[in-house]
Every structure is written in C-alpha cells, then in structure tokens.
Design a protein around this ligand. Sequence first.
Ligand code: SAH
Ligand code: SF4
Length: 404
Amino acid sequence: MTDLASPPAVATEAGAGTDRLTPSERDRILAKAALFSPPPAVLADGRRELVGLSREEMTQALAEIGEKPFRTKQLWHWIYHQGVTDFARMSSIAKPLQAKLAERFVVGRPVAATVQTSSDETRKFLFRFRDGQEAETVYIPDRREDRGAVCISSQVGCTLSCRFCHTGTQGLVRNLGTAEIVGQFMAARDSYGEWPSPRGETPRLLSTIVLMGMGEPLYNYDNVARAMRIVMDGEGIGLSRRRITLSTSGVVPMMDRCGEELGVNLAVSLHAVRDELRDEIVPLNRKYPIAELIAACRRYPAASNARRITFEYVMLRGVNDSEAEARELVRLIAGIPAKVNLIPFNPWPGSAYLPSTREQLDRFAQIVMDAGFASPIRMPRGRDILAACGQLRTESRRTRPVAA
Ligand code: SAH
Ligand code: SF4
C-alpha cells in the first residue's frame, strides 16, 4: 500500500472539494437514506425477524424474553452456518425453548417470485420482500472453476439516473433492509443447496458477493454495512472481505468510510474520463467530479497490488470509446493498483446507446493493457434472461409507492 500516491498529490487532486468529505456531508447522505428506510423487520403477528440483527441486537432481543447471552452463539450457528430457518430443526436447543422462540421470532427469506436459469448457467432471482417490493439477485458462475459470484441488490430502484442504466430509469422506491440484503445471499444458497456454510478452502459455488445489482450501495450505507458484517462473521457465512466487492458510481464521502470500516474490495463505475461527458452519463459526477473520485480511490485503504480497485467502464459506441479516451484513462489512474473492466453496453428497450464495436473494444483494451493494467472485457452473462449486473429492472412492478 506504500505505493499509493503521496498526500500532497491527494490534496491537489481533491482541490476545493475537501469540504465534501466532512462529517456533516456524511450525515446528510445518511439522513437522506433514512427517508427511504425499509419497513420494520416484524411480521403482522408481531414476530420479529432474526436475520439481519447484529450479535448484540440478537442478545438484546433474547434478553427481552429472558434468555441468556450464550443463546446468541447457538442461534447464530443455526441461522448463518447451518442455514436452518425452522426452530424445530435446531437440535441443540431444547424443545420448549424452540417453541418459545417460534412464538416470538422468525428466520425468514425473501420469496423467489421468479427464478430463471440462462443457457450459460447464470441464474436470476426476482425476490419479493414482505411489503411486496422486489429486487433482483443474479448468480454468475465462474466458467473455469466450480465457484461463482452472487450479484446482490442494495435498493429497489436507484436515485441516480445514469443514462445507460435500466435501473436508473425507475427512480428510488426504497432502500433494502439488512435482512433483505443478507437474505438475497441466503436464499440464493438455499437454491443451490449450499448449506452448511463451507469452511476454509472447501470448494463452494457461491463464493463471492458483488454489490452490483440494483441500486447505489453507498446511498444505503448503514444497511449494506450491517449486512456485510453479518456475512463476514467467521462463525456464520464467513466470507472474507476479500471476497466482497462493492460497486459505486462514486459517492466519495462514503467511499472513505466504506474503506475504513468494511475494507471490502472497491469497484468504481467510471465510464468517462472528462467531467463534461461524465456529468451527462453519470449525473452524480456534478457533485463528486472525476478528480475527487480518483483522489478517493488513491487513498482507499483496502487497495493494494493484491487487492486492486476495479474501474468499470461501459463501452458506448462513439460516446466514450475513443483511443484518446483510453489514453486519458490510463493517465488518470496511473499509480493506482487497479484493473479496468470494460463492459460492453447491454442495450435495453428504449436505451439511447449502442454497444461499441468489437474492434473498438479491442483497441481500447490494448491501450489500457499496454499501460500495465489488466483490462478484461467482461462479456455480459445471462443475456437471454436480461441478467447482466447493473441493468436489472423489476419489470413486474410498475407502481411506485411513495416513501412515507
Ligand atoms: N450503483 C452501482 C452498482 C450497481 S450498477 C454502480 O453504479 O456502480 C453495476 C454496474 O453495471 C455499473 O458499473 C453500471 O454502470 C453497470 N451498468 C449499468 N447499466 C448497464 C448496461 N446497460 N450495460 C452494461 N453495464 C451496465
Ligand atoms: Fe444507479 Fe448504478 Fe444504475 Fe447509476 S449505474 S443508475 S448508480 S444502479
């Protein structure tokens, strides 16, 4: 990590924008997120959802029914290691307590409204939550190994309106809650029968999480952070932070916090190398322009040569795919331990762009590679079921309930 830019370079790049990094700016983002809070994780009959509670909260909930703290460890194991949802199957817990727990609590899952498996084995789930809202989760198998990534949604919709993104056309309905975020991964695991959680290097299909589904994870930071802490807990699902990648369109103040607190891998949706163009296609750029975004990447604590930042770059024909732009891209990210994911634009009905030609993609990739950055061209998977990460949209939901 010592090879990152020196502090003076960071200060110059951040320029006058450093006021955007103040605690008050973070507070403003968190307060806004609260306006789109998920409904409380409680059933109509009063039973409380245990999934999504931190260990401390679970201990507190158990104390309220007169149970001792050691029960948390037991329940945690059953819920997150064994994947059990029925208290009656928790054999280390005596029957009377099983019944008492079942009266007060529930271990739920989002309901799979639809499941589609593509010809390339990509599987897309449309999950429905308790209030009827839906979000998509995609399992993307690795072609070479018996493992794969679960692409998880963080919001229903998105407040940002990137011009090439299908999710961005629907506005934000609401944030997903902790239980709903963890629940997507757990329900995907149910679907592959991958319980109990494999330990250590045991091969497993659902081996990584990418927060690249619907929504901007850093605009729902609290719930996303709580969910990631749960999946990283070594006595449960036990995914290492190296196996989690959070993709952001560039919410700079929250990138710092994410790096400090979670230390997960970072993917940054760059898509343009000039502010004028990025302002148009990723409108968040008007708030956090390229220089500030790149400065935040340079200081991202979890980046190193072993754990590179991924710059995502969706290739739009004649818009951002020139060789001059490729050269500017490598100049911008010089010195950052990074790779560049070139994503062929995946068109959707009504979209205003065309994908770059294969020749142009290759020319662009070559310039980036010649500069020493890995630049895989990420072929869209699950095309036949419209499952590419980031272009998800819940077709079945047309009305948009207003957040209270
Ligand atoms: N909001 C976050 C994460 C979700 S989008 C973000 O923007 O990073 C995940 C990725 O898919 C982003 O890089 C996004 O730009 C990309 N994406 C969105 N729409 C796409 C499309 N139609 N074709 C290809 N990639 C797309
Ligand atoms: Fe939101 Fe990401 Fe889509 Fe932009 S690309 S609209 S930030 S989901």
